[in-house]
Design a protein around this ligand. Structure first.
Ligand code: NAG
Length: 511
C-alpha cells in the first residue's frame, strides 16, 4: 500500500472522483513521504512507537518537509494518471499555511500525525490498492456528521447539509448517561469517545463508540473516571486524558483502534495552601480544585489542565512509552493565574506560538506567548489580558454577577478569536453573546471587535466548521443548536441563522 499526503483547499465540487471517508489503520504510520529517512524503517509500523525527535532545527526540518511533500506530490501524479485522477493543484497560500502547521515538529510520522490532528478533518481517495490521504480544512464531507452531547442525558447525531441548508437529527444515544458532557472524535478510526459526568458515588465514565455511516453510535467500551468528566484530549499512541470538575481529578488511558479503553493513571488535586480561607476567592466555585479541561499542546509532549478552583493552569509532561500502556504524565510547576480568574478552557493557535486561556470567573482572555524553554520544558509569557464583555471592561466578579465566559475558538487562518459569554444578556433581544477579537499574528495580541448574538441563553459551547465558514453554537438553557454563517474575511458571525436543531441542554459540539 502506498500512501501519499496532499493538501488543498478546493471544494468537493472539483473532479468527479470517488472520495469517501474510510477507515484507514494507523494513518500516522502508513504515511510514507518519499524521502523518508532510512532509520524510520527499523521502527515497528504498528503505531505504538514514538520516534525520537529530530535534532534538526525547525528551519531545516521545514525544508526537509517541503522537499518531502513536493516529491510525494510528484510520485502521486505519476501513480494516478487515469481519468479518475484526483490531482488538484495546491495553491502556494495553502502550502505555506500547511507548512506552518508542521514547522518546528519532528520530521517524520509524528509530525504528519500532528498535522492530521490540527486539520481536524480527513478524506481519503481510494483507488485499488492505493490510498491517497487528503488533508485540508475545506475538504470536509458534505453532508457532515455532527455530534451534540447534552445534559439531557443523550448524544444526538446530526447531519449538516450545507447545500440544502438543513441540520437534521438522525440518531439519539442514551448510553453515555448521565451527563455526556464532552465528546472527542478520532476520524481515522471512526471512533467517538464520550465523557459521562456520572453523579453517583464519586464515579464518572469514559465511553467509546464506533461511528456508523448513518451517524449512529455503537458502544464499544466503558471505563471509570473521576466523577464530573467535562473534557478530554488525545495525544500520540492512543493516549487519552480526561479532566473531571466535580471530584477534582484527571484520568489517563491507552485507547486501542478498536475503541477498547485501558485505564492508566488517576490523579486528584487539592487547593493550594491558604486558598480555602482566602476571602477574595469565589466561595461557591472555588471551594475545591476543579480541573475544567484537558488540552495537549501541539507538540503532543505537554498537557495543560486549567484548574478553575485553584486559579492554576496545571502543567504536565507526557512521557510516551513503547507500548502505549506505559505512557506517563508528571506534574511540573503550575502557572498561577490572577485570583478569581477561574481558568476554564485554553486553545493554541495553529502556529503553536500563542495560547489563549479563557478565565470563566473573570470573563477575561489571557494571551500567552509559548516557548519550549525553561525548567518545565514549556514556558508561557503573558502578553495581554482582555475582557470578553467589551471595551473598557475589567475582570467580572461572579460573587455579585451571574456572568461566566465559556468556550474559545480560533479561525483556521489564526486571525479571529471567539469566546462565548454566558448570562451577559447583552444583546438587544436579551440573548447572550459571542465576543469576536482580531488576532495580531505577530505578537498574538487581541483587539476587541464586537459582541454578536449567541441566539439563545447559556452558550456553553461554540465550534467553527473545519473550513471556518460556519459557527455552531449550543445554548444549553434554550435547548438549541444553531448554525451561524461566518464571514471569512471580516470574521463576523452573521446574525441570520440558516439552520437550527433541537437538542436537550446541549453542552458539547463535535464536528
Ligand atoms: C441511526 O438511525 C438510523 C435511522 O435514522 C437507523 O437506521 C440506524 O439503525 C441508527 N443507528 C444506530 C446505531 O442506532
Amino acid at each position: 500500500m502506498y500512501v501519499v499526503m496532499m493538501l488543498n483547499l478546493i471544494s468537493l465540487s472539483a473532479p468527479a472522483v470517488s472520495l469517501c471517508c474510510v477507515k484507514l489503520e494507523n494513518v500516522c504510520c502508513n504515511v510514507r513521504p518519499a524521502d523518508r529517512r532510512p532509520e524510520a524503517e527499523d521502527t515497528p509500523s504498528d503505531g505504538t512507537t514514538e520516534r525520537p525527535s529530530s535534532a534538526a532545527p525547525p528551519e531545516a526540518q521545514q525544508t526537509m518537509l517541503d522537499t518531502s511533500l513536493a516529491s510525494s506530490y510528484q510520485a502521486l501524479q505519476r501513480m494516478i494518471s487515469g481519468d479518475d485522477a484526483a490531482i488538484i493543484p495546491v495553491s502556494s497560500a495553502t502550502k505555506s499555511r500547511a507548512y506552518r502547521h508542521l514547522g518546528g515538529f519532528t520530521g517524520d510520522s509524528a509530525a504528519w500525525y500532528t498535522f492530521v490532528r490540527y486539520c481536524e478533518c480527513l478524506l481519503f481517495y481510494v483507488r485499488q490498492e492505493d490510498i491517497v490521504l487528503y488533508l485540508g480544512p475545506s475538504l470536509t464531507m458534505s453532508p457532515q456528521q455532527i455530534f451534540i452531547g447534552g445534559y439531557d442525558h443523550a448524544i444526538d447525531s446530526f447531519i449538516f447539509d450545507e447545500a440544502a441548508g438543513t441540520l437534521t437529527k438522525t440518531n439519539t444515544t442514551f448510553e453515555s448517561s448521565p451527563g455526556p458532557s464532552w465528546q472527542h472524535i478520532v476520524p481515522e478510526h471512526r471512533l467517538l469517545f464520550s465523557g459521562c459526568e456520572g453523579p453517583e458515588g464519586g464515579i464518572g465514565y469514559l465511553d467509546s463508540y464506533k461511528i456508523g455511516d448513518d451517524g449512529g453510535l455503537t458502544k464499544v467500551d466503558r471505563k471509570e473516571c473521576v466523577q464530573g468528566c467535562v473534557s478530554m484530549d488525545m495525544g500520540k499512541n492512543g493516549f487519552l486524558v480526561t479532566a473531571s470538575y466535580d471530584a477534582s481529578g484527571v484520568n489517563t488511558y491507552y485507547t486501542k483502534e478498536t475503541g477498547e479503553i485501558i485505564p492508566l493513571q488517576t490523579l486528584r488535586f487539592t487547593l493550594p495552601d491558604g486558598q480555602p480561607a482566602n476571602p477574595d476567592i469565589d466561595p461557591v466555585r472555588q471551594d475545591a480544585a476543579h480541573p475544567h479541561e484537558a488540552r495537549i499542546d501541539p507538540t503532543g509532549k505537554f498537557l495543560l489542565i486549567p484548574d478553575l478552583g485553584s486559579d492554576y493552569l496545571r502543567i504536565f509532561t507526557i512521557t510516551y512509552g513503547d507500548k502505549g500502556e506505559d505512557t506517563v504524565i508528571s506534574e511540573v510547576e503550575p502557572l498561577k493565574n490572577d485570583i478569581r480568574a477561574g481558568p476554564r478552557h485554553c486553545y493554541f493557535d495553529r502556529t503553536g506560538n500563542f495560547m489563549y486561556l479563557v478565565e470563566e470567573l473573570a470573563s477575561m482572555v489571557r494571551v500567552y506567548q509559548v516557548e519550549y524553554t525553561g525548567p518545565r520544558g514549556i514556558d508561557f509569557t503573558p502578553v495581554q489580558r482582555i475582557s470578553t464583555l467589551g471595551l473598557g471592561r475589567g475582570p467580572a466578579d461572579t460573587r455579585i454577577q451571574k456572568l461566566k465566559a465559556a468556550e474559545v475558538a480560533i479561525s483556521p487562518d489564526d486571525k479571529h478569536l471567539y469566546v462565548s459569554n454566558r448570562y451577559d444578556r447583552s444583546m438587544p433581544d436579551g440573548t447572550d453573546s459571542i465576543a469576536h477579537f482580531l488576532i495580531n499574528t505577530d505578537d498574538g495580541k487581541l483587539t476587541f471587535v464586537e459582541l454578536t448574538s449567541a441566539g439563545g441563553i447559556n452558550p456553553r459551547h461554540i465550534r467553527l466548521s473545519p473550513d471556518g465558514g460556519w459557527m455552531c453554537i449550543a445554548t444549553q438553557d434554550t435547548n438549541r443548536v444553531a448554525m451561524f454563517k461566518r464571514d471569512q474575511e471580516s470574521g463576523s458571525i452573521l446574525q441570520d441563522v440558516i439552520t437550527e436543531g433541537q437538542s436537550g441542554q446541549p453542552v458539547c459540539i463535535t464536528w
